[in-house]
Design a protein around this ligand. Structure first.
Ligand code: 4AD
Ligand code: MG
Length: 477
């Protein structure tokens, strides 16, 4: 018999029917009550064993984690807490689970412990909820752009250019490390490598997306990106997913409007489609908060925080305004910042971003028009000669979630920047062609997908919102 999914059964009112389900045992109580979960819902199906039909030898094998196929009658639930339950008349065991050895017990495990068991942690309520939300969020991302007429482009993962300068890169090579050919200078001869040149894993699809925007108009990428920076924080992964829209004929204001609209739209979508999971995560976070000292507790619950972001405009300020606020702030005057703010042009550190977002404005903040010396070569120069049309979006509890800009479309200007910043001009020949032939004003941004998943699920560590995290010294599984 074809098994039904638990999420549909829980909503069903077709009682007295014989049906089949399959899944994993969450708990088995009193040798009679099986809470079964198949991943389709945060809720388990309560299954009540009918002793007349089931042998004791089968019941003995049922533990937390056992994989089962069950047949029985769907009935109105006797107990509270659920509408329906299954009167079990037939049990087939797919896979036993030794309760002494199964790491996922029916009790609370620490997230650190579960990270070591990343192959099994998806069977916990929390991770299943997070990953369902992650899935719904990626669907919402595609839906948002597709409905707006954007085209999805797949930019290369192996790249021959490292001109973006967004971070350290992972090399891709087939050369034998013990026996690599050397050139006249005694350095590794990449002409002998697979691609005949040095290649890396991409840090961003932006430059290639620009090429496509200047033909298709409005495009977006959504794919894996890689950064070999040694940042062991709760916000950095070595392998993460980035969404990068790139639009012809957009200036920076259009870009900021799109980014804000994009974020609030996908949040709304997931609130609608994953409400039960988010409600669970909200309660989870509230419980976790209770165990913290009062001053560290969050002023808002998870659902409240998401709704706040949906309902309120993001605050937009220039770098210069942000700089003035920070320079005159209490922590700066009292020398509480690790990096003091005393000179226009300094880069903003996460302590400053958090102050602006969590203490000063208490809402998402977009900072634009950054000093050119702390931003990438491709950002459009302002007429003041010292700032560029960049924008970063900062989120409470997360910090930077989006980085973007209007792009420099003027050939002479971008050539000058490339030279000033000592960037390999030859590598960028094709990128400069985009400014040589039919150049137009254009803009784009990159949103770190996992950071958005962190925000919406309330998970504090980025390692807990991607199935198998890659971080320094860690590529298990
Ligand atoms: O600010 P970034 O470096 O911008 C770019 O790469 C541009 N090329 C994007 C563009 O304009 N198309 O990265 C964009 C976002 C950050 O704001 C952050 O959310 C995320 O990517 N991000 C990371 N997420 C997880 N782990 C890391 N190591 C990340 N580095 C950046
Ligand atoms: Mg950035």
């Amino acid at each position: 018999m074809k098994a039904a999914k638990i999420n549909t059964l829980l909503k069903s009112s077709k009682f007295k029917q014989v049906i089949a389900v399959q899944g994993w045992v969450k708990t088995f109580r009193a040798n009679r009550f099986i809470a079964l979960n198949d991943g389709s819902s945060i809720n388990n199906l309560q299954c009540v064993v009918d002793f007349e039909n089931i042998e004791e030898s089968i019941l003995k094998r049922i533990n937390t984690g056992t994989a089962l196929y069950l047949e029985g009658t769907l009935v109105k639930s006797q107990g509270s807490g659920q509408k329906v339950e299954l009167k079990v008349e037939k049990i087939k065991i797919y896979g036993d689970s030794d309760s002494d050895k199964y790491p996922i017990q029916a009790k609370k495990h620490s997230l650190e412990f579960l990270r070591e068991k990343a192959h099994l942690r998806i069977r916990t309520t929390t991770f299943a909820a997070v990953m369902r939300v992650r899935s719904a969020l990626s669907f919402a991302v595609h839906k948002f752009f597709q409905e707006k007429g954007f085209f999805y482009v797949n930019t290369p993962i192996i790249t021959g250019s490292d001109a973006e300068g967004a971070g350290e890169m992972f090399r891709v090579t087939t050369l034998d490390p013990k026996n690599a050919a050397l050139n006249e200078k005694g350095l590794i001869d990449y002409k002998k490598d697979f691609f005949g040149k040095e290649t890396n894993l991409t840090v961003s699809g932006q430059l290639e997306a620009e090429s496509y925007a200047l033909g298709l108009g409005e495009v977006y990428t959504f794919g894996p990106t890689f950064r070999a920076e040694n940042s062991n924080t709760t916000r950095h992964l070595a392998e993460f997913w980035m969404i990068e829209p790139e639009m012809a004929f957009y200036d920076l204001t259009d870009n900021m409007n799109l980014a804000e609209n994009f974020i609030t739209s996908v949040l709304k979508d997931v609130m609608k489609n994953c409400f039960e999971d988010l409600k669970y995560l909200d309660e989870r976070l509230a419980k976790e908060d209770q165990s913290k000292p009062k001053v560290e507790r969050s002023p808002m619950g998870l659902l409240e925080k998401i709704n706040f972001v949906i309902d309120n405009d993001f605050k937009r300020i220039s770098y210069t305004e942000a700089y003035e606020i920070l320079r005159n702030s209490k922590p700066n005057k009292k020398k509480k910042f690790k990096f003091p703010i005393n000179e226009w042009g300094v880069d903003l550190q996460s302590e400053h971003e958090r102050y602006l977002v969590e203490k000063h404005f208490n809402c998402p903040v977009i900072i634009f028009d950054y000093p050119s010396n702390i931003k990438a070569f491709y950002m459009r120069r302002n007429d003041d000669g010292k700032t560029v049309r960049a924008m970063d979006i900062l989120f409470p509890g997360i910090g930077e979630i989006v980085g973007g800009s209007q792009r420099e479309e003027r050939l002479e200007v971008i050539e000058k920047c490339i030279k000033e910043m000592n960037i390999d001009y030859e590598e960028l020949w094709w990128y400069l062609d985009l400014r040589r032939f039919g150049s137009v004003p254009h803009s784009g941004f990159g949103l770190g997908f996992e950071r958005l998943v962190q925000f919406i699920t309330g998970m504090n560590n980025i390692r807990d919102v991607i199935p198998f995290p890659r971080t320094p010294q860690n590529a298990a599984f």
